[in-house]
Design a protein around this ligand. Structure first.
Ligand SMILES: C[S@@+](CC[C@H](N)C(=O)[O-])C[C@H]1O[C@@H](n2cnc3c(N)ncnc32)[C@H](O)[C@@H]1O
Length: 243
């Protein structure tokens, strides 16, 4: 969403209510959320305390604090784990490139401002993807789906039925783009699917490691430029109303 050009109608959906809370608060109260992040140190003690509370199911009543703590844990959880507590992303003097964990957190307020600006005019919803696909399907709709990665499903708090996702997308009138690292075996192998690959540094692969990222499309990409999510959406014949 952050990289694609605006479309007339845009919907962002995730079944995880914390994800949706973050994007809603970033859009509605960006200054308060940015300030909360600016004055929160990248602290191992805070990480331990907040991760224990969060994974015990506790959520702050205040929406800015709720979004802020969730966002902090995205930066502080080792390997970006969402499903359960992992270690604090400590700085390491042995890291060849030099650790950037604390410095990355310094940039959080700026990221919030970018999210707030991009999410103006975007509907943020919190439903199962099947309900959203059914409601918004049309020949002009582009669905971008970023499901839990195959065999990395435990990183997330929502599991995934990859076969049902493929089946759902086989039945739509609109365009579908699905991202995966490893493809679920036996899926997306018919002629109607086109696969574009590149190697990326990815948090799901572990800190600083690379993974092959695949975009699976139910339409022929009309460009062979080095692909990004943005160029693929540009490649849609109508520019697309992306979800
Ligand atoms: C790979 S993550 C993508 C996260 C997000 N797109 C991002 O870039 O940060 C997979 C997401 O799928 C969501 N998810 C899992 N099952 C879902 C479902 N049935 N309907 C909607 N979202 C679902 C999870 O909550 C998780 O946030």
């Amino acid at each position: 969403m952050l990289n694609k050009p605006r479309s007339t109608v845009e919907i962002f959906n995730d079944k995880d209510s914390d994800v949706v809370t973050f994007f809603r608060v970033a859009r509605e109260k960006p200054a308060e959320l940015a300030e909360w992040c600016r004055y929160t140190p990248f602290s191992e003690q805070l990480h331990d305390e907040w991760a224990d509370e969060f994974f015990a199911g506790e959520r702050p009543a205040d929406s800015v604090e709720h979004a802020g703590k969730w966002f902090f844990l995205r930066y502080s959880q080792y390997a970006g784990k969402v499903s359960r507590k992992s270690g604090f992303k400590r700085e390491s003097p042995r890291d060849e490139k030099g650790s950037r964990n604390a410095r990355n957190w310094v940039n959080a307020p700026e990221r919030i401002e970018q999210v707030a600006e991009r999410f103006r005019g975007v509907s943020v919803v919190h439903e199962d993807y099947q309900a959203v696909v059914e409601r918004y399907d049309s020949p002009e709709t582009v669905f971008y789906l970023d499901p839990p990665y195959y065999e990395k499903e435990d990183l997330y708090r929502k599991s995934a039925d990859h076969a049902t996702l493929e089946q759902t997308l086989c039945e739509i009138d609109g365009y579908a783009i699905v991202s995966y690292t490893d493809l679920p075996p036996g899926l997306y192998d018919s002629d109607e699917w086109h696969i574009v690959e590149r190697t990326v540094t990815h948090s799901a692969a572990g800190n600083g490691k690379t993974a092959d990222e695949r975009l699976i499309l139910n339409f022929e990409p009309s460009t062979d430029r080095e692909f990004t999510q943005q160029t693929l959406l540009d490649a849609c014949p109508n520019g697309g109303d992306a979800l």
